[in-house]
Design a protein around this ligand. Structure first.
Ligand code: VGL
Ligand code: ZN
Length: 194
């Protein structure tokens, strides 16, 4: 699928957590995490041309967030609000009217999904969005949780496979299976087709 030919009214592009800390050199680096930027920039350009809204979630943790290893959580300290690590990747060409979606802001628990207590499903419904095109980081954590929640909310969810990378390869493969089982549509790049 080519972004220019698929995006239409009633769609939204949902970019998940393309932040410095999830890219090589960051606090929670994902292998080739920065490789999603070029692919997503193509989708952003197509979204702008089609008048399709762009949402960009960001992991936006308070200091001492419970997900941090320093607090007994599973992850190294990452994406602390206002730090360089929490900034969007500098090459991600977000339009000025892209809508940021903050997640992971709660003091008491983590929020992997961009839909988890953010009100995003109400926002999308209000804007008449029926299909979302999802890419970003990490495939097996926040992208998966976001895509599953989109599908559960009755939104037609498309995963842009080449615009995502997993924390672990096994986790990524399992995430693809879980998403497919939940009705998420996996979009492979043209080069991946036979
Ligand atoms: C994420 C681990 C911890 C993600 C966020 O965005 O996938 N992963 N926090
Ligand atoms: Zn996090």
């Amino acid at each position: 699928m080519e972004p220019e030919t698929v995006l239409r009214e009633g769609d939204a592009l949902l970019i998940v957590d393309v932040q410095n800390d999830f890219c090589p050199g960051g606090a929670l680096p994902i292998e080739e995490g920065d490789a999603v930027v070029t692919v997503l920039n193509g989708w952003i350009a197509a979204a702008r041309a089609a008048g399709v809204p762009v949402y960009a979630s960001r992991d936006w943790h308070p200091p001492n967030h419970p997900s941090f290893a320093t607090e007994g959580g599973p992850w190294p300290v990452h994406c602390v609000q206002g730090t360089e690590g929490a900034a969007f990747h500098p090459d991600l060409a977000l339009p000025a009217d892209a809508v940021p979606v903050a997640k992971g802001t709660r003091f008491d628990k983590d929020q992997y999904s961009a839909f988890d207590e953010t009100g995003l499903s109400a926002e999308l419904a209000r804007r008449g969005v029926r299909r979302v095109w999802i890419g970003g980081l990490a495939l097996d954590i926040c992208v998966k949780a976001t895509a599953l929640d989109a599908a559960a909310a009755g939104i037609e969810a498309h995963l842009i496979a080449d615009a995502s990378r997993p924390v672990t390869a096994e986790g990524g493969a399992e995430a693809l299976r879980e998403m497919a089982a939940a009705g998420v549509i996996l979009e492979e790049p043209p080069s991946a087709r036979g």
